[in-house]
Design a protein around this ligand. Sequence first.
Ligand code: SF4
Length: 693
Amino acid sequence: MNAPAALPELRYSVCPHDCPSTCALEIERIDARTIGRVRGAEDNSYTAGVVCAKVARYAERANHPDRLRQPLRRKGPKGSGSFEPLSWDDALDLAAEGLLAAERRHGPQAVWPYYYAGTMGLVMRDGIHRLRNVKRYSGQYSTICVTPAWNGYIAGTGKLAGADPREMAKSDCVVIWGTNPVHTQVNVMTHALRARKERGAKIVHVDVYRNATSEAADIAIILRPGTDGAFACAVMHVLFREGMADRDYLERFTDAPRELEAHLAAKTPQWASRITGVPVAEIEAFAQLVGRTPKTYFRLGYGFSRNRNGAVNMHAALCIAAVTGAWRHEGGGAFHNNGAIYHWNKTMIEGLDALDPAVRVLDQSRIGAVLTGDAGALKGGPPVDALFIQNTNPMMVAPDLNVVHRGFARDDLFVCVHEQFMTETAKVADVVLPATMFTEHDDLYQGGGHQHIMLGPKVVDAPEGCRSNHEVICALAKRLGAKHPGFDMSVRELIDWTLVNSGWRGIADLEREKWFDVQPAFEAAHYLKGFAWPDGKFRFKADWAGVKPQGFGPANGLPALPDHNEVIEESTAEMPFRLATSPARNFLNSSFTETRSSVKREGRPTVLVHPSDAARAGVTDGARVRLGNTRGTVLVHARLFDGLREGVLVVEGIWPNAAFEEGIGINALTGADPIGPVGGAAFHDNRVWLKPA
Ligand code: SF4
């Protein structure tokens, strides 16, 4: 009889993708270079054994035949996709020479190290700043994702932290607002569904279309994009009108309750219904529910902040929990992100001791304007003549994509891309360097959507030819004459230094325990000893002009009290639709667009059109349609769908440009003009026309 096959060895790690869940993972290690199934760690109290389907299938991505394994140099014209292999030493020499040549022409600020959250590991994501700071290269103000959401939240609480997200399971009503966790952070559903199962809690989903999260909820509020502020105001109007505001809490814990009540007198459900498209009865019923359910937990997402009034909308939604006093209760209050609880000292990772505040800082979302020489975007400094890119794919994900593509087409622009696959950004590079994946290097993680510091140890060896971000940064530093102790440290030394100098225990303890649960005490997380402003009061009156860094967005003209701020790209007779570009379930930004199973499940670039709009436009289900505005046009297929308001369109997912007939993707329609008060990109705030193609 044959002996039973040995079970694969199980290793632990952390999902590095740009998602607030930061799941603790169990990974099957098939052999020294191969991973098998990926599961959520049962013993992590937030992950609770659940991960999203795309990461459960991670072996398909990690073991993908198309992974880059050899450094490449451009052979043909820029963007032709014609490359030839070269050795690592030669490739690094070439990359360094490209950066040095730009520096010789216009000084170090002509070089822009450009990065983002393709990995959320602190060493592999943020080490690029060490090179930037030591070399005095141009800074990056990272606005593409979190800026309006964080500023809107902090405008109320004073701090980026909130009620323990595991408390959702102890709530009587979980309001999931402006995020689609079934697609993008599945663990929110774990805790919310537990509350329903164990306590009979209601789950409410507020979004711009009926999606997988709405289907799982008890109540789905579907509003027009960019109208969350109006909805929130009308809800608070009802709370005051019906005597459901917690006046004792308001007096003790908030700054201007009577001013707020007077301001809201005119913000009736009828007023909000006209703006949001939500029927008056639904607004009244939602207000009654949250007003009569003390343990209501507001889980506020990022999506609804990606409008030109996004920061105001986030703040307005947050204000509801202060009006009802939900913060008093376990299972009540609000949460967006826990960034402030980790108090990192990133001096060694980022080379902060070398940071020169006189060096200009460029807006990440305005990469198109920067590369095409817009003087304002360049902050009066020299042109950007060289890019070194890690962890991001701006040729797909950046807004105002036609301008971005024009910028990358410049013959005098040198581009080095360190990547896992031949992305569309790598295709326009001069030098392409193959990168490791999270299973192939150590890193340190924090849970934005929870409260764990986590170690993500290497699980398998990288494919021959791939190097980690840290290795590449250190090798470039040598060639560029950049000196800093961080370049001489191993990844594990950097992790240990960062932990200990941030007030946590070191890597040995973290390795033994896998993660530290650093959840602040209940009173602190619920601000029961006061909010994080000097007077301890939650602010209904936001100080938008005081938000830093100033100079990156329209800080003036934002309403201090919660309101509908009419700065969105409202539809017009010529462009009668509002388009949101929401996340697809099987992609994560541009990641996973290279895995066949994800592409198969997503189908093709598709616009969701309300049947009444489709009839008026002469569009049938499955028809090719053209969407357009002043920034560009794209060709997609239509799907008739009644789960959104008339006049609203949704295109899910950031598909590669190549998936579109004319080779330009959905971000051709999105704008790079900054959101108030201090920047951000309004990915869900686009007026467009739609025509049969
Ligand atoms: S839910 Fe988010 S963090 Fe968890 S495995 Fe999926 S992408 Fe990673």
